[in-house]
Design a protein. Sequence first.
Length: 249
Amino acid sequence: MNHQNRLALAIVLVGTGCQQQTRVSPRPLIDGSEQLVVVTTPSWTSTTGSMLRFERASSTSAWLSIGQPEPVVVGRTGIAWGVGFDDISSEGPHKQEGDGKSPAGIFPLDTVFGFAARSSAQSVRLPYVQLLPTTDCVDDIASSHYNTVVDRTSVARVDWTSAEHMREVGQYEIGVIVGYNANPPIKGRGSCIFLHIWTGPQSHTAGCTAFDEARLREVVGWLDPKKQPLLVQLTADDYANLRTRWNLP
C-alpha cells in the first residue's frame, strides 16, 4: 500500500539546475489541521524528547492541549531536517537514508497499522492496514517501491533487496505511518518513518518516534482523519523560533 497523503498540497518544486528541490509551506498544513502531535527534543543529537497533543474545534479556534507531556524516544543519532524543510534554518543536519535520525518538520499522520485484524480495531478512525507475514516497508533506494508499505504477494515484481519485514517487529504491534518523503519519495532522503511502541525510555529507534504502548494506543484512537492530524517534530529551540511564524500552539 502506497501511503499517499495531503502533504503534496503544500509542496512547491523549486528548480535547481537539472534537479528539483521539494519545499513545504508549513502554514497551509497547520492552518488546515485541528489535531497536532508535537514532539520536541533538547538538541539535534538528543535521542529522547517530549510529546504533547493539541486539538481545536475549527481552523480559527485556539489550540487546547490534551493530557500531559509524555516522554518519547527518537532516532539513535537524534533528528534532522526532513524533505521539504531543508531551507528552514542553517542550523541542524539533513535527513538521509540510514543516518539513524528522525525527520524534523511537519508531516501528516495518515494510516494506522497493526497486528490485529481490522475488525478488532474498531476504535481506529484513520485508514488501517493489518500487517501480514508478507508486509514489507521498502528501504531499498533502487526499488520502485522505495518508502512504501507493500504486500510482497501483491506486486508484479519484488525489485528490492532491503526492507523491514514489519510483522516480525514486536514494536509494530500498533503504529502510525508518518507521511514523510512521499508523492513521490526522493531517493535517499529517508524511509519507513512511523510512530510505534518503544522498548523503554532509554531506548532509541532507527529514525522513527516511539513511546509507551498505552499512550500510543490512546493517540491512535484519538486521531481523526477529518481533523487532518499532523506530527510536528522539532528541537525545542526551533519550535520556539518558529512558533509564531508557523502558527503553532
